[in-house]
Design a protein around this ligand. Sequence first.
Ligand code: MF3
Ligand code: CO
Length: 249
Amino acid sequence: MAIMIKTPQEIEKMRVSGIALRKVHDAIAPHVVPGASTMDLEEVAVAKIAELGGKAAFKGYHGYPSALCTSINEEVVHGMPNAKRVLKEGDIVSIDCGVIIDGFYSDAAVTYAVGKVTPQVEKLLAVTKRSLEAAIEQAQPGGRLFDISATVQEICEAEGFGVVRDFVGHGIGRSMHEDPQVPNFGTRGKGPRLKAGMVLAIEPMINVGGPEVKVLKDGWTAVTVDGSYSAHFEHTVAITKDGPVVLTR
Ligand code: MF3
Ligand code: CO
C-alpha cells in the first residue's frame, strides 16, 4: 500500500487528536507513583478520553483489552493494565496510548521512572528520549525514511543499548497503522522519499541489554529475552513543507 499524503486540513484534524492525547498523558503523569497499580492509570486514561470526547484507539484492536499499554521494567511494549501490578520505587513504566478524535488517530508513549532508578536506567530513559528527538529532526521533506531509523540506531547503539527489531513505528491517520513501517534501525540515505503530508508514529524501543524480545503466554506482553530493562518513547509527527511538526507534544 502506498504512503498516504494528508492535506493541511487533515493534518489540522490530526493535531486536534494529538493535543487530546497529550492531555490524556498529562492526566496520567501525576498518578505514576509507588503504590499505584497499572489499572489505576488505565482508569485515569479512560475517564480523560471520555471527557475529551475521544475513543481509545487500542481497546478492541485485535482483541486488545485496554486503552493503555503499561509495560514495566523488562516489559518492552503491550503490557496490559492490571489491578495486581503495583508500581514500586525503582521501577520504570512505559505508558503507550492512542486516541481517535473525529476519525483521526494519534499515538504516543513515554517511559517514566517511578521514584529513584539506577544511573544506568536513568541513562536508558535519557538516551531513548534523545534518540526520538533526533529522529524527529530527520522527518524532513526530501529526506529518506531510513534517515529516521538510522538516527535512532546510531544514538542508542553508541551507548551500548539494544535496539528492538521485532516492533516498529508506522504511518498513522484514519487508521492506527498505515504504511510505511518505521524501523528503529536501517541505512541512512535509503528507504522511501519523505514528503510533506506524511504522518509517522516514530517510536524507539530500546533495551539496556540485547535487542531480542519475546511475547509472553498472555499473547501480548513483549519482554526482553535477557531480562534487561526497556524504554519506549513515541510521538506522532507530521512532515510539512516547513519540516517536522510533533502533533502529540
Ligand atoms: N503504539 C502501539 C502501536 O503502534 C500500540 C498498539 S497496542 C495495541 O502499535 F494493543 F493496540 F495493539
Ligand atoms: Co505506535
